[in-house]
Design a protein around this ligand. Structure first.
Ligand SMILES: Cc1ncc(COP(=O)(O)O)c(C=O)c1O
Length: 234
């Protein structure tokens, strides 16, 4: 983005000199310079060139209630003064974590009563993977650890997150996926439906899961759906 605003150029120089941006071609970014977002209100962003932009992505899909909410700023400022941080590791807890856990449990589906806090979706998925594997290990079924995912799915950028995701270009960075994660076709009729109708393709894509589920040589423990007459084949 070419700019006549010296401040924009200053920030872009800082980006070139010191910042590594995620999901970016550094050479291209250096040539173009990032758009500098300076402020936001409601559903709009403004950049350092004075452009007003409708934020159709809601941040990175995480600004569900819009920007510039006074009640959030006030609550954050109050908490920063009272107790800005403490960990939950060593048999301690604090009111915000406990009260938020209850609020989430109240709106979560039946049976989901406990909340484990992480800093991002990627960390959440990493933690979930380890927790699930450990859960089955202590239940005496350590083989029950295969996770079936979809090609081109996105589940984050950490090692487990990118492995759970199905993007080959992410797998190429860092020898992914890690063992125990397998991928099946994506339900994307527009690109892959071929001669099938959307309904036929939908059934085909659903059956991919069924097939992987029963045929995967890695699934050697008890059937996950015990009521079915079929048995998994090794
Ligand atoms: C379905 C899904 N899972 C995981 C993530 C990763 O979350 P984060 O970017 O907070 O690490 C995202 C992020 O867009 C996502 O859309």
């Amino acid at each position: 983005m070419t700019s006549n605003n010296p401040q924009t150029r200053e920030w872009q120089a800082l980006s070139n000199d010191h910042h590594l941006a995620p999901f970016s071609d550094f050479k291209q970014l250096k040539e173009k310079g990032p758009r500098i977002i300076t402020n936001a209100k409601g559903v709009y962003l403004w950049d350092s060139e004075g452009n007003k932009i409708l934020d159709g992505m809601a941040g990175l899909w995480c600004v569900a209630i819009g920007y510039g909410r006074d009640e959030l700023a006030d609550a954050a400022a109050k908490q920063m003064r009272e107790l800005p941080y403490y960990n939950l590791f060593f048999q301690t807890a604090h009111p915000p974590a406990l009260e938020l856990a209850k609020a989430i449990a109240d709106v979560a589906p039946e049976g989901m009563n406990h909340v484990f806090f992480t800093g991002s979706g990627s960390e959440g998925n990493d933690t979930m993977l380890r927790m699930v594997r450990h859960y089955w290990a202590i239940k005496g079924q350590p083989n029950k650890k295969v996770i079936i995912s979809r090609k081109n799915g996105y589940h984050g950028s950490t090692v487990a997150g990118a492995s759970l995701g199905g993007m080959t270009y992410m797998h190429e960075q860092g020898d992914l996926p890690i063992p125990g994660i397998v991928h099946i076709a994506q339900p994307y009729w527009f690109a892959e439906g071929g001669d099938m109708t959307p309904e036929e393709f939908g059934m085909w894509a659903a059956n991919q899961l069924e097939e992987k589920f029963w045929k995967s040589a890695l699934i050697t423990s008890v059937p996950l759906l015990p009521s079915r007459s079929r048995v998994p084949v090794a």
